[in-house]
Design a protein around this ligand. Structure first.
Ligand code: 5GP
Length: 124
């Protein structure tokens, strides 16, 4: 079954400039901005500029250029926030996907969480 992208999702509106955001980093293929409801001192969402619902969708259908630009943006954001593990204290990266992943916004995003410990990996 094909992936269905909802053009009215909140991150699509952010990409179109219809809703403001606190941008941390941007390149040709990615936009990174602060989460409106931060769960750690640093909580940044990184989204591709293309219309992808989830990471599995992106990994299967995005072009190599899109994938490279998106993945490179993750390292850039970590450096900008000083949470890269070569110079900072690290971070957690989460990509909630679909119903069982409890994904609220149906446009691919990774959460980058840092600035304090994120605790154990998952709550049961
Ligand atoms: P999900 O549950 O889909 O993995 O995460 C969605 C995230 O988007 C949540 O952490 C939520 O706080 C964030 N969010 C929802 N609406 C907005 C918004 O309008 N602006 C920003 N910056 N973040 C949002």
């Amino acid at each position: 079954m094909a992936y269905k992208y909802d053009n009215q999702n909140i991150f699509a509106k952010i990409l179109r400039g219809e809703i403001p955001n606190d941008t941390v980093f941007e390149n040709e293929h990615a936009l990174a901005f602060r989460d409106i409801n931060p769960q750690r001192p640093h909580h940044v969402l990184i989204i591709p500029k293309g219309k992808y619902v989830s990471f599995d969708h992106f990994s299967k259908e995005a072009s190599n250029e899109e994938i490279i630009g998106y993945i490179q943006s993750i390292g850039k954001v970590c450096d900008l926030l000083d949470i890269s593990i070569d110079r900072g204290d690290g971070f957690r990266m989460i990509a909630n996907s679909g119903q069982h992943g409890i994904q609220d916004v149906p446009h691919l995003h990774v959460h980058i969480l840092g600035g304090s410990s994120c605790g154990k990996m998952i709550q049961l």
